[in-house]
Design a protein around this ligand. Sequence first.
Ligand SMILES: N[C@@H](CCC(=O)N[C@@H](CS)C(=O)NCC(=O)O)C(=O)O
Length: 234
Amino acid sequence: MSLPIIKVHWLEQSRAFRVLWLLDHLKLEYEIIPYKRDANFRAPPELKKIHPLGRSPLLEIEDRETGKKKILAESGFIFQYILQHFDHSHVLMSEDSDIADQINYYLFYSEGSLQPPLMMEFVLSKVRESGMPFPISYLAGKVASKISQAYSQGEMKNQFDFVEGEISKNNGYLVDGKLSGADILMSFPLQMAFQRNFATPEEYPAISKWLKTITSEGSYDISKEKAQALGSKF
Ligand SMILES: N[C@@H](CCC(=O)N[C@@H](CS)C(=O)NCC(=O)O)C(=O)O
């Protein structure tokens, strides 16, 4: 049976990059439908025509014989779908059911547990930098710091410590000492954490080394070139 037509609704400078990387690593053919961010760094309204939430990534799957289409949302679900339906040679999803469970765990963990405190810290950093007039800026900064200290800073550390420990235990990868879908999905929040100085390579040497290792895959460069050709910066 022939593979369906695969289209990625891809927003520039976003977590949607991981879907390109996954598809390129599996050597699957696909089309990119690109979207530019607006002046406020939000997705453009056209994405809402594809899915009511208007977020990216979105995966469009079209059956070549029947023409039936479906739209998939949520990075973890998109990864699970691609791995289940297209990774027949078990390149990024293990044949072993225990190892597959561990990989699947990260497909939920990444957006469900790791991303929320990172997002919260990001929003709080924007409050601090918002350039409001004094004394509002001072008060806003104080409130942001209080929230950060009471929750997101500690929770971020909790998550980073966990990931650092898992990579150290698993020979430099998240699962079973080799590259899997889990590594590709987890790359985005951890790259962002280093870029935004929420974590440093000195504090988290295993995560830092892991990021260097996984982004030296040839498939990463292939996807990066595609994203750059569409205007994304790295
Ligand atoms: N949990 C969703 C999050 C999707 C999401 O928030 N995507 C961002 C890109 S990094 C987006 O579309 N942002 C545009 C906006 O919020 O306007 C997933 O993992 O797919």
